[in-house]
Design a protein around this ligand. Structure first.
Ligand code: SAM
Length: 311
């Protein structure tokens, strides 16, 4: 990886470089050859982040669902090339020319020209996966299926990335499964492409990216039947689902922390009260035993004296 004046330069195939040149950092869109906006590819800064992640955590096996023309696949493969090892398996039934074709990146990439449902047996054969990138259809049905079925194939310490989790509530609901499980640590980023949102007070909603690290294996994630038929859609509330849940969780956490503090204070008062009562009971018992033992001792003495008189 050449570096010039502190700038990271990622060597990409010519075709991929040409697409990157059309990226507009204000809108977060690319442009097609006839000047139309193209939002099929992930935003360029996010792709650089994925490249850097590959360089940092050095995965040997990457699986990507949703390849489109393969711009993201090129960045992942460039990371593997610069690491000196690894393979990326891209899954997408879309028959289209890929940006890596004819380049040196080809040898790092295997394209599965089928849906992620059909590709599952092939991916089971190449597991464990060190990095899983979920970026196919942005419904809950599809993203949660991919998470539930592919997650068990991810190695402990491996990474799961989900793009578009803030804009598409279905993907957000899928990410919620990772947040609700204690088997993952998760962080959610804003990403450059953002849309106006009717419900937001003058705000825009970013596409968003979730990065999860799998801490340990365990029982598979269970899907939520209530969301299966929900179509791909923008956030339904005043904020993306994940942001609302994060807010609700932090409010609930603050409430629970307060309750615990109050209960602990009450417990301390009760403990002091119980100690005082126990002390009172103890002193009453000792004075009672003095009163009982004194007459008993007196009667004992009396008996002994009477026996002496009789003798
Ligand atoms: C957002 S694009 C992927 C973009 C790509 N990751 C990138 O950043 O350049 C989504 C792709 O998912 C594919 N797709 C849709 N349903 C799929 C499925 N069931 N399995 C795999 N891919 C699917 C579509 O054909 C489309 O090309």
């Amino acid at each position: 990886m050449p570096s010039k004046r502190g700038r990271i330069i990622i060597n990409l195939p010519k075709a991929a470089e040409a697409v990157i040149q059309t990226y507009d950092s204000v809108s977060g869109y690319y442009k097609t050859a006839d000047g139309e906006a193209d939002f099929g590819h992930t935003e360029a800064p996010v792709l650089t982040l994925w490249y850097s992640l590959v360089r940092s955590v050095r995965p040997r096996m990457i699986v990507e669902t949703g390849v489109y023309q393969g711009l993201s696949t090129c960045f992942l493969a460039a990371g593997l090339r610069d690491n000196g090892e690894g393979e990326v398996h891209g899954i997408d039934p879309l028959e289209t020319p890929h940006l890596w074709e004819g380049s040196e990146l080809e040898k790092y990439i295997t394209w599965h020209a089928e849906t992620s449902q059909d590709a599952l047996p092939a991916i089971q054969d190449i597991a464990p996966i060190d990095m899983l990138l979920i970026d196919s259809e942005h419904t809950y049905a599809q993203s949660s299926w991919e998470l539930a079925e592919y997650e068990p194939l991810v190695a402990e310490g491996g990474y799961i990335l989900l793009h578009d989790c803030l804009w598409h509530d279905g993907v957000g609901r899928t990410v919620q499964h990772l947040l609700d499980s204690d088997r993952f640590e998760v962080v959610i980023f804003e990403t450059p492409r953002a849309y106006e949102h009717d419900h937001m007070k003058g705000g825009r909603v970013s596409m968003g990216l979730a990065v999860a690290r799998k801490i340990q294996s365990g029982s598979p994630l269970e899907r939520d039947p209530a969301w299966i038929d929900v179509p791909e859609r923008a956030p339904q509330g005043p904020e993306p689902l994940l942001r609302r849940h994060a807010y609700d969780r932090s409010v609930l956490r603050a409430q629970l922390t307060n309750e615990v503090r109050e209960l602990r204070a009450q417990l301390e008062t009760l403990q002091r009260f119980a100690d005082e009562r126990a002390y009172m009971v103890q002193s009453m018992e000792s004075s009672a035993s003095w009163r009982i033992s004194k007459p008993v001792r007196f009667l004992g003495d009396l008996g002994r004296r009477m026996r002496l008189i009789r003798k």
